[in-house]
Every structure is written in structure tokens, then in C-alpha cells.
Design a protein around this ligand. Structure first.
Ligand code: 13P
Length: 254
């Protein structure tokens, strides 16, 4: 598929996989995906598996991401994980503002923008998640919600930082439900996000930033989604927990 932007497909394992299970999964991915050069492939295990997975993939084309981090750099924040600690394990990407954290930990756009600044200060690339709930879509508020999330969570980033940031559009109603946004629905919101990036930054930034789609991505729908002009990759939940499914998503997307 011909796009100026390199595809980036990330597996968000969420709260799944013991260390042993994580190693099994990445060994399989290494085996099946070693020849893939067209896609940036990222795995985001739970913190407890970062060290072992990092060692396992060090000489491979797989890259490491984390699922969250603290907005603080160090100090008395019990239970939190600092960007610098992630760097020790050669983590390059960090998912910020996933809808599950927005919902269960009540993360706000303001907090997400602080986390994004902290990530950039440590040269980690944030994957910033946005997306509307079902009631927003039904009330025709998708664009207003996504616009608010983008404006709030990207506040304070400069153009250079934005170029090192990835946006993940994940309609909440499509996460873990088996209901994928149709490729037209995804494309419409992705194009809207790109137009907002042009307003917030400039046309050149908007053209270069990669926008992933997330929400029930599977081997069967990956190609169609990735063929949309503004869809530059995927953030995969459930299907990233299985070697065959995740490998097929990557290879079907090329
Ligand atoms: P599913 O692929 O399980 O729908 O999850 C999507 C997601 O939340 C990825 O971050």
C-alpha cells in the first residue's frame, strides 16, 4: 500500500500476560514478522513483562511500548512509573489517555497533556488516544468530542514534539465489542483529526503525523481499514494477544 507515512501497528496487551506468556507471544511474533520492513511494529506489554520482553526483542524489528506512565519525573508517588524507568528497558512508545484510563482512572485531557510533555522530555513517543462514546456518536457529537480531546491533550506541544507523537482514534463503542467502525466512519474521523492538526500546528505537521485506528481490529478488517487514505496503522487490543491474529493483522496491512 502506497502512503507517505509509514504504517505503525501496536499491540496494547492491556492487563494480560504473565512474563512466561509474554515471552511466548513475542517469540512467535519475532518468528512470523522478522521479514516485515514496511510497518513499525510495537508491542505494549504490562510493566511487569517489560524487562524480559525487552531482552527478547532487542535484535528484532519489534519495538517496545508501555501502556501508561506518570506525568511526574521522580519522587513520592506511590505506585507510579516514571518515563526514565521505561527508558531503562528501551521503551520507545507510551500509550497515553486510553479510554479505559479516561473512564476508570478519570484521566483528563489536562493530565494527558502533562504526561505527553513528560514523555517528550524523556524522548518517548506518546500514542495519544481519543475517541467518542456511543452516546456521543448517536447525538452527533463525535467531532466535538474528538476536537476537545485533541485540543486539551495536545496543549503545550510544539511542532517538533507533535511530529514525534502518534494519535490513536479509538471509538469507545468499538473497543472490545466486536463492532468495528466501518472504514468510511474511520476515514471520516481520521480526516477530521488531520484537519484539526493543521489548525493547531500547520499543514506540514498534519501531513506527517500518523493516526492509528483502534477498536476491534482483526485480520479480516485490517486491510480495508489500512487502505483508507488517513489511516496510518492500528492500535490492537484483543487480537494482539495471539501470535497468529496479530501477525496476520500486520501482514494483511502491507
Ligand atoms: P480491541 O482491539 O480489543 O477492541 O481493543 C482496542 C483497544 O482498546 C486498543 O487500545
Amino acid at each position: 500500500m502506497d502512503k507517505d507515512r509509514k504504517l505503525i501497528i501496536a499491540g496494547n496487551w492491556k492487563m494480560n500476560k504473565t512474563v512466561a506468556e509474554a515471552l511466548d507471544l513475542v517469540k512467535g511474533l519475532k518468528r512470523d514478522l522478522s521479514q516485515v520492513k514496511e510497518v513499525d511494529i510495537v508491542v505494549c506489554p504490562p510493566y511487569t513483562a517489560l524487562s524480559d520482553v525487552s531482552r527478547e526483542i532487542i535484535d528484532s524489528n519489534l519495538r517496545l511500548g508501555a501502556q501508561n506512565m506518570s506525568e511526574q519525573s521522580v519522587g513520592a508517588y506511590t505506585g507510579e512509573i516514571a518515563a526514565e524507568f521505561l527508558k531503562e528497558f528501551l521503551v520507545r512508545y507510551v500509550i497515553l489517555g486510553h479510554s479505559e484510563r479516561r473512564q476508570y482512572q478519570e484521566e483528563s485531557d489536562a493530565l494527558i497533556s502533562q504526561k505527553a510533555a513528560t514523555a517528550h522530555a524523556a524522548s518517548l513517543k506518546p500514542i495519544i488516544c481519543v475517541g467518542e462514546k456511543l452516546e456521543d456518536r448517536e447525538a452527533d457529537r463525535t467531532q466535538a468530542v474528538v476536537e476537545g480531546q485533541l485540543t486539551g491533550s495536545l496543549a503545550g506541544l510544539n511542532a517538533d514534539q507533535m511530529l514525534e507523537t502518534i494519535i490513536a482514534y479509538e471509538p469507545v463503542w468499538a473497543i472490545g465489542t466486536g463492532k468495528t467502525a466501518s472504514s468510511d466512519q474511520a476515514q471520516e474521523v481520521h480526516a477530521f483529526i488531520r484537519s484539526k492538526l493543521e489548525q493547531l500546528f500547520d499543514a506540514s505537521v498534519a501531513k506527517q503525523v500518523r493516526i492509528q485506528y483502534g477498536g476491534s481490529v482483526k485480520p479480516a478488517n485490517a486491510r480495508e481499514l489500512m487502505s483508507q487514505p488517513d489511516v496510518d496503522g492500528a492500535l490492537v487490543g484483543g487480537a494482539s494477544l495471539d501470535v497468529r491474529n496479530f501477525s496476520d493483522i500486520v501482514t494483511n496491512s502491507i
